[in-house]
Design a protein around this ligand. Structure first.
Ligand code: NAG
Ligand code: NAG
Ligand code: NAG
Length: 267
């Protein structure tokens, strides 16, 4: 059943290819021949979840009998021409592989696998914890969190932390998950005097080999208020202990006056 003496696929063969995705005699994930003279356009397949996709496979071989493209959404095959076009109306899976097959005169069938990157921009990017509305204390370290909700693929996600327009930190994510995930980037901010009245935000960016690159999704920007220890001391002095300090002053004045009284000979 697996003999390919003529190199010509039977109708049954193509039926199996279309129905089963993995053709007979082809090990999944491994091309039959390591040098299959096919290429696809676009060379890197990147598509947004739910969008249509068009892939063209072509060969420069001068002995083409037929050329075919296969995916979980179906396949296409042409005879005697050097290319084949596969149109997918809507990509609605996170793991998609496209296989291009080539049949040549007197040569075994060969094929090449092309993975498709399916992406999804995050639903929401936000800074959580701690509340930046309360003043930060100079010299203290605060762990700020940037939550990126429902993004794919995580291995192409990076989060940038900004102070004003300056990037403070970039975190690149790793992992192999293809479906969307929630990602969190932590940034440890040690409050400094010069951070006072600045604004902090984070941005999520999907780094994909596409032109143009995808826009970054920004969080809201948060105002930072930093209180120095001197500020805190004055605040403490003014608001809590003012009576205490005043009474010490009053007391010391009384002691001095009393001393003077005592030194002065009584009339
Ligand atoms: C991501 O977080 C949202 C809520 O913010 C939740 O509904 C969703 O299930 C989470 N997704 C995953 C993959 O954990
Ligand atoms: C931030 O600080 C926490 C504890 O203070 C620490 O566990 C964590 O590794 C730090 N993260 C980074 C990115 O420096
Ligand atoms: C996704 O990121 C990986 C590295 O993590 C990179 O090799 C790959 O080319 C990226 N995919 C796309 C479609 O840009």
């Amino acid at each position: 059943m697996c003999k390919r003496t003529s190199g010509r696929p039977t109708p049954l063969f193509w039926t199996r290819v279309v129905l089963k995705l993995t053709p007979l005699c082809v090990l999944p994930g491994r091309p039959v021949s390591s040098s299959c003279p096919v290429q696809i356009s676009p060379p890197t397949v990147v598509v947004r979840f739910g969008d249509p996709l068009r892939i063209i496979c072509s060969s420069t071989s001068d002995q083409i009998e037929s050329i075919g493209l296969e995916s979980r959404y179906g396949g296409e095959k042409t005879e005697g021409v050097s290319s084949v076009v596969l149109d997918i109306t809507s990509v609605e899976h996170w793991e998609v592989l496209v296989i291009c097959f080539l049949n040549r005169v007197k040569v075994d069938q060969c094929s090449e696998n092309f993975p498709v990157t399916v992406y999804k921009a995050p639903d929401r990017v936000s800074i959580s914890q701690p509340s930046l509305t309360a003043p930060l204390v100079e010299g203290e370290t605060y762990s700020l969190k940037c939550d990126v909700v429902n993004v794919a693929p995580v291995q192409n996600l990076s989060v940038h932390w900004y102070k004003g327009e300056k990037i403070l930190r970039t975190e690149r994510f790793h992992g192999s998950s293809k479906p969307p995930v929630n990602a969190t980037s932590v940034f440890n901010l040690t409050a400094q005097r010069e951070d006072d009245q600045t604004r902090i935000r984070c941005e999520a960016q999907l780094d994909l080999d596409t032109v143009p690159s995808l826009p970054a999704i920004k969080s809201e920007s948060r105002a930072v208020i930093v209180q120095s220890w001197l500020d805190l001391f004055w605040c403490f002095y003014k608001h809590t202990k003012i009576r205490f300090f005043k009474s010490i002053c009053r007391l010391s004045r009384r002691v001095l006056m009393c001393g003077r009284c005592c030194l002065t000979p009584s009339a």
